[in-house]
Design a protein around this ligand. Sequence first.
Ligand SMILES: Cc1ncc(COP(=O)(O)O)c(C=O)c1O
Length: 386
Amino acid sequence: MKRIYLDYNATTPLSEEVRAFYTAELLDYANGSSLHEDGRGVSKKIERAREQVASLINAKPHEILFTSGGSESNNTVFNTMVTEAKKRGRRTAVITAIEHPCVLESARRLEEYFGFEVIRLGVDSDGVVRDGAYRDALAKKPLIVSVMTANNEIGTIQDIKSLAKQAHAAGALFHTDAVQAAGKIPVDVADWDVDYATFSAHKIYAPKGIGALYMKTGAPIEPLIHGGHQEHGLRAGTYNGPSIAAYGLAAELAKVGLADYGAHTRALRNRLRDGLLSKVPAVKINGHPDRVLPNTLDVSFPGAEGESILLHLDLLGVAVSTGSACASGNLDPSHVLVATGLGPELAHGSIRFSFGKYNTAAEVDYILDELPPVIARLRAISTVKA
Ligand SMILES: Cc1ncc(COP(=O)(O)O)c(C=O)c1O
């Protein structure tokens, strides 16, 4: 059976172009810091990739720090705040309740070990940061504000430009985790005027284990990994030349293909959404109706458990995600859906479909044929009724 992959927010395959390029690059083994011709060749490719990644997000090349991915980029920003707190005499961090765990945990570390106050902003039922709560948090004169550009589960997009402007007016630094936004919607760090932004290669058809941190010129930054001169001493460790080069190509392709990508995934997402709404009683679409990633559809099926739906779809050849983190042995409902006010039953019965460039309308139609009877069966045996 040919598998149908609808989990592009978890990770993407290498695109055909990136795969061909990357496999050739893997043969280029030289150390990008070596002074000989071989090393200089790798260094040139790294600088080319820096330009390509910068161009995707409208940054200057020197504002791009290559890291091992989104988690490291986010950790680097929060780690920087330890020294920055001493310099600026501020010790409050503002985040949202729906951030990725690598932000939530980095902030918790500041709270637990470095005496920070962490304000976790709630969101409205669509997943949008509430204006009033944001203003109240800024009144506490935070050191750093971190709000994700787009949520990985429900796809809700925040107004980063306005949030950054307000944070700056309160004297705070502003960071956004833009891992899920890049390649799906326009990202313009200069126009948004953020101090830091986080990116990951494996969400845009490039290899895993590589990513970037945008640091606005002059923004303070402390290395997380010490002991090497790479990245101007900001990130030690021998360069992963092939992955960086492949990331550069993927960024260039993402920029060129952005409009088509949005149109293609949005059409598939809407086809599935409309089909489910007409074929399955009492479904609830989570996330903002318009300010949402074009490829992301999060749906609650009251009266049916998310994990059971996922396993049935898996047997039917379809790969999706649930909101709850069952893979880690934790059956708590999604912290994102709970933050939007969903009760445990709806939060437990949610499925995230996330589309990508290799999905087709025929795949959506297959799901629309196969999923409704699965939901009906699960509801029939459930003790909780829809
Ligand atoms: C919003 C968000 N931030 C950060 C990450 C972590 O990125 P990486 O896997 O590159 O460490 C992810 C990946 O799932 C994500 O969705």
